[in-house]
Design a protein around this ligand. Structure first.
Ligand code: HEC
Length: 298
């Protein structure tokens, strides 16, 4: 955390607010960064929507966003490619300040929607505590990366974290690194996902499992129709434990490729602490949801 603060400070020092020559200088850097490195798009320019509880607040192109927030270059440990990579990006907190003012600090979660259906919800406290960036390009490179031998387009926007200077982020997997981000929404978890919580009288394991599910599975899967759109529904009409045995479900979560040679599902974070317990908890949560089926809206 110490080093994260230091790097935030160093960056703040690079962009002091009340110093005209430096402002001019950063505007020039910004213009040149945008002008020389913005990829040329054949179709529509990269655009992002900002919402609050599902209601549109602002829709901006990359160019318009670049007029509100200065761009910088940031190096991260790229978890998909397992190497250090540099991105052109906006400090995400500055983006939130510019769009929502101080309102965003009162939100519970920030929900990212991606064009491939991925949908992570990141607690506001995490955005507050650790430096994150909305990347829009790579210097002298297409805005893509290679993951599992596939070329992934990252645009219009990609949320990245300074995991080089932040100890706590070093052990995280890429769950909170959504690419192809098209929408940012300030939400209250309970309002946005009213049918995901386990029943009140569920076991402690099921309640812990819910927290793990929110962070690691919700991004791709739906339960009762709520969640990401990248993977199958796990509860309605048939709960997963009605056709998977507990033993095979645990094996699947732990290491999907040990069951299907090719699968779009990643293994549950190999670096997670108390991993076996967390997988037990996930199963308890999924089982509890079997008694809480709700028909998804059409
Ligand atoms: C990056 C997206 C992604 C994440 C994150 C993810 N899954 Fe999956 N999952 C998939 C995809 C895609 C499939 C479809 C099967 C395949 O591709 O082989 C799948 C399949 C499944 C299945 C089998 C469904 C069936 O009916 O055959 C289960 C169970 C499952 N996932 C549970 C989980 C759990 C529990 C988590 C959290 C620990 C999780 N998944 C996280 C993408 C994901």
């Amino acid at each position: 955390m110490k080093s994260a603060k230091k790097s935030a400070m160093q960056n703040a020092m690079k962009y002091p607010k009340a110093n005209t020559p430096i402002i001019l200088c950063s505007v020039l850097i910004l213009i040149s960064t945008l002008a020389t490195h913005t990829p040329v798009y054949a179709g529509d320019p990269p655009t992002i929507q900002f919402k609050e509880a599902g209601k549109l607040v602002k829709k901006l192109t990359l160019e318009e966003l670049g007029k509100l927030v200065s761009a910088e270059k940031i190096k991260v440990n790229e978890l998909h490619e397992k190497s250090q990579m540099e991105y052109q990006a906006f400090r995400f907190k500055s983006v939130l300040d510019a769009i929502y003012g101080k309102r965003w600090s009162k939100t519970e979660e920030i929900l990212f929607t991606c064009s491939d259906g991925y949908q992570p919800s990141v607690p506001q406290a995490k955005i507050e505590a650790y430096p994150s960036f909305l990347a829009f390009g790579r210097p002298d490179h297409d805005f893509t990366l290679t993951y599992e031998k596939k070329l992934i387009p990252l645009g219009p926007f990609y949320l990245i974290w300074d995991n080089i200077h932040t100890e706590e982020l070093k052990w995280e997997d890429m769950g909170d690194w959504p690419y192809q981000v098209t929408t940012v929404d300030l939400i209250r978890f309970q309002d946005h996902f009213p049918n995901l919580a386990p029943p009140e009288k569920s076991s402690a394991a099921a309640k812990r499992g819910f927290l793990t599910y929110r962070k690691n599975c919700l991004t791709c899967h739906t339960i009762n129709g709520e969640g990401g759109n990248k993977a199958p529904e796990l509860n309605y009409p048939i709960n997963i434990l009605e056709y998977y045995s507990e033993k095979w479900l645990k094996k699947w979560i732990s290491d999907p490729t040990s069951i299907r040679y090719r699968t779009g599902m990643p293994a549950f974070n190999p670096e997670a602490q108390n991993r076996a317990q967390k997988i037990e908890d996930l199963v308890a949560y999924l089982r509890a949801m079997g008694k809480n089926k709700k028909k998804p809206p059409q």
